[in-house]
Design a protein around this ligand. Structure first.
Ligand SMILES: Cc1ncc(C[n+]2csc(CCOP(=O)(O)OP(=O)(O)O)c2C)c(N)n1
Length: 545
């Protein structure tokens, strides 16, 4: 057996089902070993697509998504999707071929120091320099990638080492994951006393709640103590939008209705919260809130995130123990904030203006998608609207990248979502710019018979950047471009394309797209004049009592 074969056996041992990637000259042995394996290789059209697929696979399953590239340019193409997974806390393992160790000490064709290139964007980055260490490196990569907070692990595999014959009988290592600490009783007591004495506590839930599968415990905790819950973009669904204690999504880098809840709060209970998404300065500008940090990992240091109490342990256990010792709150009314968001959506239910308003698009989208279906957002102005207004009822049914926030994730992400959830309908919503960044993966999806719908919000501009320019400087520039005819573009790839020409066409078009059972592009012209209208409205926001 050669080292490449042992490597693949180790990946099987980790439960790897798919590798997303592009084969290259320097990983011929690894690719060849895959022929005798249960692992399915998904050949993609750009390594960035492979990394985004592995990113979303990791986010949805909690198990590391795996992507593969060749050395040099193949590996550098992985970087954006890999960094996105790392900062969105999605477990990912990237494997790159590497030139022979006999040419590492000098300038050589396509050779880069990949281990150091990946170091700042990963939790672990290493190179296999002798066949015997394959089991340890693979195990460590998966363990690190999957442990809280999950992220990226990178393995460089030089071609001559992959080809080397292994003389001894090396086997994969036992798969073990760390057991989280039991929350310390004195910390639970302190936190419970703080909440009991609070005038207006509020919960800020982050994506850690979903990763720890603690959403039911969170809902029970909030209900028992009658404390309202706000959540970040990536935690959408940790408490159902329809829940009376749900304050909705925070994270628009501006004030929103939910900010009123934070203004009032004296104690903020941060559960699985990650400041990479929403900086504490935005919700704790005077650094005067009493903060309780509940998570599997200790808090990041920040002048606006100084803790009163930090409780480390599984989120479920912590919340259960705390609720037993905390006095329930009374008289907290969250209704008015929720009603504002609901009214905002409902007001546009019958809006027939064209191009379509973001509110109308999201109202109609919710009519078509079942609560369990999966919506993936790309990055742009559309993401802000989705985060604010898309009514999400369950965890992992509205996937937003809000750590690294890289454009181009939604389409390859939809492929991974369909692969992992074949019985759910999957919709990617993307701007026209983000769509063009990875649209080549439509061919990959078609080849693998993975059916999903991609809705493009077409404005022929970098919409979010225009919004920022308008807001900051009152004038705009260098943000316009032309698009292909998206219907013909879809058809040229073998997919189906529709263009919505009237507001009332959106629902029937989406319904039809889902029954087409292939990759379908739905081109929806969007009216982004609503962006500045929203800025103005929120700028004048007076908090309801
Ligand atoms: C890879 C990448 N490049 C650039 C950015 C910065 N950026 C964020 S949103 C945006 C514009 C997105 O335009 P589009 O995809 O058309 O969506 P829209 O804002 O119009 O909804 C840009 C350039 C980014 N987040 N990611």
């Amino acid at each position: 057996m050669n080292a490449a074969k042992l490597f693949i056996i180790c990946l099987e041992n980790e439960g790897v089902e798919y590798i997303f990637g592009i084969p290259g000259e320097e990983n011929l042995h690894v690719m060849d070993a895959l022929h005798d394996s249960s692992i399915k290789f998904i050949t993609v059209r750009h390594e960035q697509g492979a990394a985004f697929m592995a990113d979303v696979y990791g986010r949805l399953t909690g198990r590391a998504g795996v992507c593969l590239a060749t050395l040099g340019p193949g590996a550098t193409n992985l970087i954006t999707g890999f960094a996105d997974a790392n900062m969105d806390r999605a477990p990912i393992v990237a494997i790159a071929g590497q030139g022979s160790t006999a040419r590492m000490h000098k300038e050589s064709h396509q050779m880069l120091d990949l281990v150091n290139l990946f170091k700042p964007i990963s939790k672990y980055s290493s190179e296999i320099l002798q066949p015997e260490v394959v089991p340890e490196i693979v195990r460590k990569a998966f363990k690190d990638a999957q442990a809280e907070k999950p992220g990226g692990a990178f393995i460089s595999f030089p071609e001559n080492i992959a080809a080397e014959t292994i003389v001894q009988n090396f086997k994969p290592l036992k798969v073990q994951s760390p057991t989280p600490p039991y929350p310390a009783p004195n910390k639970i007591k302190q936190a419970a006393e703080l909440i009991s004495a609070a005038h207006y506590p509020i919960i800020m839930a982050g994506n850690g709640v979903i990763r720890d599968k603690a959403h039911m415990a969170l809902i029970a905790f909030a209900e028992k103590l009658n404390i309202p819950v706000a959540h970040t973009f990536m935690a959408k669904g940790c408490v159902p939008f329809s829940h009376p204690l749900s304050l909705g999504t925070v994270g628009l880098q501006a004030r929103d209705y939910v900010s009123c809840g934070f203004d009032r709060a004296d104690v903020v209970v941060c559960v699985g919260y990650d400041m990479v998404e929403y900086h504490p300065k935005l919700w704790n500008p005077k650094a005067d809130k009493k903060i309780i940090h509940i998570d599997l990992t200790y808090a990041e240091v920040d002048a606006h995130y100084q803790l009163e109490v930090g409780v480390l342990g599984t989120i479920k256990q912590t919340l259960e123990l705390m609720s037993e010792q905390t006095q329930p709150k009374s008289g907290i009314n969250t209704g008015s904030l929720r009603e504002l968001i609901e009214a905002e959506l409902d007001n546009y239910a019958d809006d027939v203006s064209f191009p379509l308003k973001p509110q109308r698009i999201l109202y109609d989208t919710r009519q078509v998608l079942a609560d369990e279906d999966i919506l993936l957002s790309d990055v742009g102005a559309h993401k802000m609207w989705i985060a604010r207004l898309f009514r999400c009822e369950h965890p992992n049914t509205c996937i937003i990248s809000n750590g690294f926030a890289a454009m181009g994730i939604a389409l390859p992400g939809a492929l991974a979502a369909k692969l992992t959830n074949p019985n759910k309908r999957v919709l990617a919503i993307t701007g026209d710019a983000g769509f063009m960044m990875n649209s080549q993966e439509i061919e990959t999806a078609l080849r693998h018979k993975l059916a999903f719908v991609v809705m493009i919000w077409e404005d022929k501009e970098y919409g979010l950047i225009k919004w920022h320019q308008q807001r900051r400087f009152g004038r705009t520039g260098d943000i316009s471009f032309n698009n292909p005819d998206f219907v013909k573009y879809a058809e040229s790839l073998g997919a189906i394309g529709y263009r919505v020409n009237h507001a009332d066409e959106l629902i029937p078009t989406l319904n039809r797209a889902f029954t087409d059972n292939t990759v379908v592009i739905v081109d929806v012209p969007v009216d982004y004049s609503e962006n500045m209208r929203l800025t103005e409205k929120l700028g004048e926001l007076i908090c309801p009592i």
